[in-house]
Design a protein around this ligand. Structure first.
Ligand SMILES: *Cc1c(COP(=O)(O)O)cnc(C)c1O
Length: 368
């Protein structure tokens, strides 16, 4: 870490705390940690290793490649692939022991044909679309599809699940409609006791106390980056993601000088300006140009001018800030903090997207 110009710091101690707090609210429900999109930017393998050590019950990814990466890193936990797959991926999905989502008859038949031909079995979760409108079969069709899965000996039915569209809005009428629709479906098919029923994501766990079913699928809450204010029961859950750099350049600029591409900022007076070696090429959004802030020596300073691919400038007039000083783009410094949510609001998006936008150029440094 010492030789990096800029880096992302992941607080594993707090991550473990977050997991423990969440677990204390799960009662008997299993804990499936969503590690898709490089574990929401936190680093797929390292996060999966901690999850495995902390005895999380299962991991969820979006696609085959993410599952393969986990298996190649020797992760032994059950892995659920939440997204869809193509015919030419079925072999690897089975060979890498990934649990797949069956979201249509078409996909089910592809799997069945493959399994019959090569005499294999496939672990599946049936996805019911109770209103999300993304993937999954409508409850009515799901009844016949469930029967089909049961009748073929190609499938091991591990679970049945659905996903809420509006769970972040506690009072949205769709929540109860979806929950009732899923329950109604389950009452009709009466799945085996061993089948894992799951519906809850972070928003669900925050807003609905009861009936977590057999498993929860959580990403944001575990990483402390849920996009709304947390309910009191989760007040000790904290973000574990910081972005840090060091001042790389210092200069005194005269009045009326343009700064960075396009001169979107002109100095109003003689100013002290520092350069920070991070840019949109790292995933630090260009939308923060002229509106973002960073922390240096425990105080907030404004970004001036357009953020470039690799660097941006900050006005530190009337302050001491020199080359080598630590700069916090996201996270805490002394008594101040720049939260992911603040950044997300400025970028007119949600915290999830801010985290996912940081790519591999900034190394992840893990603090335990
Ligand atoms: C990403 C995802 C989750 C986790 O969502 P969070 O809001 O991060 O808890 C759960 N279920 C499905 C199907 C998902 O795609």
């Amino acid at each position: 870490m010492l030789n990096y110009s800029s880096w992302i710091e992941i607080d594993l101690k707090q991550f473990k705390k977050n997991i423990q707090i969440i677990r204390s609210y799960l009662k008997d429900a299993l804990f499936c940690l969503c590690v898709k999109a490089n574990a929401y930017g936190h680093g797929l393998i390292e996060i999966a290793k901690v999850a495995q050590k902390e005895k999380v019950d299962c991991l969820a990814v979006a696609n085959l490649m993410e599952g393969i990466k986990l298996r190649e890193a020797n992760i032994k936990l059950p892995i659920l692939v939440l997204g869809t797959f193509h015919e030419d991926q079925i072999k690897d999905l089975i060979d890498y022991d990934l649990e797949i989502t069956i979201s249509s008859f078409f996909k089910a038949k592809l799997v069945k044909d493959y399994c019959s031909k090569y005499n294999k079995k496939c672990k599946v979760h049936l996805k019911v679309d109770t209103g999300m409108g993304r993937i999954g079969v409508k409850p009515k069709t799901a009844r016949t599809l469930y029967k089909y899965l049961k009748d073929q000996n190609s499938f091991i039915i591990r679970g049945i699940f659905s996903h809420l569209a509006c769970a972040e809005q506690k009072d949205h009428p769709m929540n109860n409609i979806q929950i009732n629709s899923f329950d109604d479906f389950l009452n009709k098919i009466k799945p085996d006791k061993s089948t894992i029923l799951h519906m809850a994501n972070s928003a669900y766990l925050c807003n609905f106390e009861n009936d977590l079913k057999d498993m929860v699928r959580l990403g944001a809450l575990a990483f402390g980056c849920y996009s709304k204010d947390l309910p009191t029961k989760f007040k000790d859950i904290k973000s574990i993601f910081s972005v840090k750099s060091k001042v790389s350049y210092f200069k005194i600029v005269e009045k009326d000088q343009g700064i960075s591409y396009g001169y979107s900022f002109i100095t109003k007076a003689k100013s002290n300006v520092v350069t920070i070696p991070v840019g949109y090429g790292d995933g630090y959004s260009r939308s923060l140009s002229n509106i973002g802030k960073v922390l240096i020596r425990g105080k907030k300073y404004p970004i001036i001018g357009i953020i470039c691919m690799d660097q941006f400038m900050v006005d530190v007039t009337n302050a001491d800030a020199y080359i080598g000083d630590e700069v916090v783009l996201i996270g805490r410094q002394k008594n101040e903090e720049i939260t992911i949510k603040e950044i997300a609001d400025k970028c007119k998006t949600i915290s999830y997207e801010i985290l996912c936008s940081f790519n591999e150029r900034l190394p992840r440094v893990y603090k335990s």
